[in-house]
Design a protein around this ligand. Structure first.
Ligand code: AKG
Length: 229
């Protein structure tokens, strides 16, 4: 654990741990359907995709080299309000929780993760503001899979531009073990955020990104827009 993290409050996973969350780590089937945001962009939210998610939270919380970052905002340099880590696919050790989760997502998508990002939201004050992921901003399609571990948080999605952004917003309540996939032009035409909230237990999200065209079982679901099949 990094020294930055050591100064943070200890996680309170035990208060919300579930029997399901402490089973053996095992990705499950996907029964949810794609929801079209518009003609080119779709989101799939699969609750309870990963059994053993609470134990995976504990392992990743301890073993990840979390970094705090600062970034320019207007005329100031501010703290990024969450801790962050990145992994190269080739550097992920076999048999770890990260390896099992990444392999499970890759099997569904039919791609190798080009980029693995991890976010640690320590409290409700940690967040990620509205943004589009760089990997897909200029592309007709990209695929980003998010796996949630630990406390629940809401991921919001809204159009990137236009006057009806608020009305068109969607909100996904993500619990430990949930999988959310954004596909198509979600990073070109839509933006997403995990906004601050009054109180929240610690949460880790894994973000797997790929530029390869996904051909796995997730993309053979009925209901995927024509673009994706
Ligand atoms: O924590 C999440 O689920 C979202 C993370 C995210 O938007 C990102 O890493 O770009």
């Amino acid at each position: 654990m990094s020294s930055t993290l050591a100064t943070q409050p200890a996680p309170v996973v035990a208060s919300q741990a579930t029997l399901w969350g402490h089973q053996a780590l095992q990705p499950g089937p996907v029964t949810a359907r794609w929801q079209a945001l518009d003609r080119d962009s779709s989101v799939l939210h699969q609750p309870h995709w990963l059994a053993g998610a609470d134990a995976a939270f504990d392992e990743l919380y301890e073993s990840t080299d979390w970094r705090s970052m600062r970034r320019p905002m207007y005329d100031r340099i501010v703290d990024v309000p969450r801790l962050i880590a990145t992994e190269r696919r080739g550097a992920v050790r076999k048999g770890t929780a990260l390896d099992t989760i990444v392999a499970g997502v890759e099997a569904l998508l039919g791609v190798t993760a080009d980029h693995i990002g991890l976010n640690l939201y320590r409290t409700g004050a940690d967040s990620v503001t509205w943004h589009r992921d760089r990997i897909g901003r200029q592309r007709d399609w990209s695929v980003i899979a998010l796996v949630s571990l630990g406390g629940p948080r809401t991921l919001s999605v809204r159009p990137w531009s236009g006057s009806q952004r608020r009305a068109a917003s969607r909100h996904y309540a993500l619990a430990s073990g949930d999988l959310l996939v954004m596909a198509g032009a979600c990073q070109r035409d839509w933006e997403h955020a995990v906004l601050k909230t009054a109180a929240a237990a610690p949460r880790i999200s894994l973000a797997l990104r790929s530029r390869q065209f996904p051909q796995g079982p997730l993309f053979q679901h009925v209901g995927v827009p024509p673009l994706m099949v």
